[in-house]
Design a protein around this ligand. Structure first.
Ligand SMILES: Cc1cn([C@H]2C[C@H](O)[C@@H](COP(=O)(O)OP(=O)(O)OP(=O)(O)O)O2)c(=O)[nH]c1=O
Length: 194
């Protein structure tokens, strides 16, 4: 079996390459709107499956397709990507000095199999000032990110500690994804080009 990553995210490509997986990419564009009354785990699972299924529609025979979706949850509510500066600053200030959850769903779709799982990580921010949130917006980093921050980038300075999977917060939980790839007979740890 050969793997396709259904993602336009450079972060997910880097994470999957980090564990020595060989894959092609089918960039897909899925509507990520939350349905009325939809809870966080069903939501991320549905979107990850939709990405994998859209990628599978473009796939060749003998290919299985991986899709993922990451979102931020505060007090049980889904916090998506920011619309503008005010939205991003408000999101960041609501996360200030508190613990929120980052959940990533991963889905794998093939001709004879569909699997999905969700990984939840607690992330605790130190206290932030409105001014530093405004300066952070001006860097351009928060714009395409759930929760308006990137733990792997400049936003690292906001994070006091995490409890869970770092790679899941960035966009793809590597330990759990490797287990899923084994089930689908996809090799990891290719080393000859490293
Ligand atoms: C919380 C957090 C989110 N993010 C990112 C990960 C995800 O890419 C993004 C959430 O959006 P997603 O919709 O999960 O992914 P995407 O739109 O970037 O890519 P695609 O749908 O094509 O696969 O936020 C970080 O990079 N770092 C973080 O610390």
């Amino acid at each position: 079996m050969k793997l396709v990553l259904a993602s336009a995210s450079p972060r997910r490509k880097e994470l999957l390459a980090q564990i020595g997986v060989r894959f092609d990419v089918n960039a897909v564009d899925i509507c990520e709107d939350v349905l009325p009354g939809e809870s966080p785990v069903p939501y991320v699972t549905r979107v990850a499956l939709a990405k994998a299924e859209a990628g599978y529609a473009l796939a060749k025979p003998q290919q299985v397709v991986l899709g993922a979706d990451t979102t931020v949850i505060l007090d049980g509510n889904i916090i998506g990507k920011p619309q503008n500066q005010a939205d991003a600053v408000n999101m960041l200030m609501s996360l200030s000095g508190r613990t929120h959850q980052v959940i990533t769903a991963v889905a794998l779709v093939g001709s004879e199999q569909t699997h999905s799982f969700v990984v939840t990580t607690d992330v605790t921010f130190r206290t932030l000032s409105r001014e530093e949130c405004e300066l952070y917006w001006a860097t351009g980093e928060p714009a395409d990110k759930a929760g308006s921050y990137g733990i792997q980038g400049l936003g690292a300075i906001f994070v006091d500690h995490i409890n869970g999977s770092y790679s899941s917060v960035v966009g793809l939980p590597l330990s759990e994804t490797a287990e899923l790839l084994k089930v689908a007979d996809i090799e990891i740890w290719h080393t000859e080009e490293m």
